[in-house]
Every structure is written in C-alpha cells, then in structure tokens.
Design a protein around this ligand. Structure first.
Ligand code: NAI
Length: 324
C-alpha cells in the first residue's frame, strides 16, 4: 500500500504512545482516522492532539471499546462504516498491555489478560475487519493490516512468558495474512520495536477486576521502574515513520532500527543455535551479552530494589531469588 490520502485507518490503542504516533502520522498523510481505545479520557486528549497536528475535525473518530469484547469490537467496526462510509483500508492493531514476572509464577489471569489484549484482540480485529476489507476493496484499491508487535516476539525470556508468547503469535499471524491476502492486493506487517516512549508502564491499572490474581510482584514502584525505562524509548512518531515505510515496501517484518539486518540475523542465529548441542553452547555467550543489555536497561530505572519482574512473595514453589 503506497497511497494513503483519502483512505481510512483504524488504529487500536490510538489514544496513547505508539498508536497515537501512528494516528498523527497517517492523519498527516490525509487519511481519515479512527482511534479505538478503552480509556475515554485518553481518547479525548488524543483527538485534540491529532487535530492540533493537522487533521480536520471531521476526519478523526474516537471510539471507546474494550477490544477483547467481540460484540463491542464489531460495533466499533459498524460505527466506522457509518461515519466514514466504509471499512478501513489500513488496520493497525497497536493496543497492548504488559506484565512481567517469572514464567513459573504466572497465573491464568496473567495469561488471560496479557494474551487477551495482545493476541486475542488482534485476532478479533482480523476476523471482524478482513472480510469487510476484501468485500469493499479487493481488486479496487490496496489495503494493509498491521500489528504493533515487539522485539520480544523473537525470543521469550524468563520473565516475559505471556507477553512474548502473544507477540510471537501476532508475528505468525502476519506471516499467514501476508500469504493469504496477497491475491487480493493487500499486505501485512508486524512492527517489532524494543522500547517506545509511552504509557505502557501504567498498564496494570487497566487490568480488569476479574483478572486481578497476578503471580507477579506489582506495585506503584514496579510501575515506576517501567515508566523510567519507557521514558527513554523511541519517539512514537519516529516509530510510525518506520511502519509507514515498511507498509509502502510491503515488508512483513518492520524492525525499526538502522541496524535492523544485523538485529534480525542475531535473532535467526539464536534460534538456529537452539537446535544443536554446539549451538546451545554458543548461545551461552549470547545469553551473557543479553544479560549485559538488560543490566544497562535497568540502569535507566530507579536503583532501589523494588522487586521488578519478580514473583509474589507467597508463592512457595518459586526460587527465593526470584521472589520479592
Ligand atoms: P500505551 O499504554 O501508551 O498504549 C497502549 C494503549 O492500549 C493504551 O492507550 C491503552 O488504553 C490501550 N488498551 C489497553 N488495553 C485495551 C483494551 N482491552 N481495549 C482497548 N484498548 C486497550 O503503550 P504503548 O507502548 O504505546 O503500546 C502500544 C503497543 O506497543 C503494545 O502492543 C505494546 O505491546 C507494544 N510495544 C511497546 C513497547 C514499549 O516499549 N512501550 C515495546 C514493544 C512493543
């Protein structure tokens, strides 16, 4: 997809962070923008920001929706068609949440919440929108589906199990949809950043009441650690620029860094190494390198040990070094 002007973009998580950056950038390209998010206050502020950035008031539609609710997501799709006269040409599913702690401490609620937003809601969007997009636009004009994935998609870590699993799955979905949608002239992209300047550090505040039983140590202080790390992340507008270029080039993966080929080769090598005894030894060295990078990242956060990414203290099967 290379032509954006006059077309419709539906951006989930568009009230904040990466999604808001995408909304601004594609508004500037002359698109009609729908931002779908669960937070009304953030939606209201985001609409103002997008208009101040140059969008016409009538070209921005904000919809409050919990994207894990299929009926509500379908209603948001209907509303988009009512207001803008058709389904989106560009679907960018960016809404996401995170939660970190030892894999062995993870509860059903941790999996259901993180994978519910980061994976199941993405599936909802694809099932709801793709048939509408094909019916409306196949053979007439180009369209694209994209998802904001993560660098974590390529490699699960000890404290990122639900998040990495969800992101690996959405990458896989984009590989599938890329192949499936090619005959219709549509593309598919997963953008895989490491760190974005955003509000995701506050995500725990969005955890629904029925999914509160986390196995992780979560507090205002652990959220403070995340906020400090994400304050140093990539500017959402810069990230949106990388995504736009990848959409124009019909790339399935967008690794939004200048040394993206080197990064991707590193991931490929690590995965290759997992399949032989010699490779497992080689990965020990790569693991040490990764641990150094993690330590560097943690220097961005408050130095006091607040038990970030550790387990709840009462989980008696978890290694004490991994509990708080
Ligand atoms: P953010 O918190 O600023 O934006 C995420 C938005 O998703 C929020 O506005 C939130 O209200 C919305 N949301 C959460 N649950 C929802 C639900 N059930 N229904 C509707 N909306 C919901 O965070 P950020 O960082 O901009 O996140 C965007 C995406 O980027 C996420 O998928 C995240 O996993 C991904 N990502 C973020 C990284 C980072 O360093 N911040 C790094 C790599 C990927």
């Amino acid at each position: 997809m290379k032509d954006f002007s006059g077309k419709i973009a539906f951006i989930t998580g568009g009230a904040s962070g990466a999604g808001l950056g995408q909304a601004k950038l594609f508004a500037k390209e002359g698109m009609k923008i729908v931002i779908a998010d669960v937070r009304q206050d953030a939606l209201d502020c985001a609409v103002q920001e997008i208009i101040e950035y140059g969008a016409a008031k009538d070209d921005v539609l904000a919809i409050k929706v919990d994207l894990t609710d299929r009926a509500a997501y379908t209603a948001a799709a209907d509303k988009t068609e009512q207001v803008f006269g058709g389904p989106p040409h560009l679907l960018i599913q960016t809404a996401g949440v995170n939660a970190f702690g030892p894999a062995e401490a993870s509860t059903f609620d941790d999996y259901d919440w993180v994978m519910g937003v980061c994976l199941n809601a993405v599936i909802n969007g694809l099932v709801i929108f793709v048939p509408r997009m094909i019916k409306a636009y196949a053979g007439k004009t180009s369209c694209h589906v994209a998802v904001t994935s993560s660098m974590g998609a390529f490699r699960g870590g000890a404290t990122t199990a639900p998040y990495s699993a969800a992101k690996a799955a959405v990458n896989s979905l984009m590989y599938s949809y890329y192949e499936a949608l090619k005959p219709y002239g549509f593309g598919a992209t997963a953008v895989c950043p490491a760190n974005i300047r955003s509000n995701i550090g506050e995500a725990e505040k969005l955890r629904p009441a029925n999914l509160k039983n986390t196995g992780y140590n979560v507090s205002e202080k652990t959220m403070g650690v995340l906020n400090a790390i994400h304050a140093h992340g990539m500017d959402p507008l810069v990230l949106a620029g990388w995504l736009k270029e990848a959409i124009e080039n019909d790339q399935v993966i967008c690794m939004p860094y200048d040394n993206n080929q080197e990064i991707m080769r590193g991931h490929a090598e690590y995965i290759f190494n997992l399949s032989s005894p010699e490779g497992m030894k080689r990965n020990e060295a790569l693991d040490k390198e990764r641990e150094k990078q993690r330590e560097e990242m943690m220097k961005l956060a408050p130095q006091e040990d607040v038990g970030f990414a550790k387990a709840r203290s009462d989980l008696d099967w978890v290694d004490p070094a991994r509990k708080f």
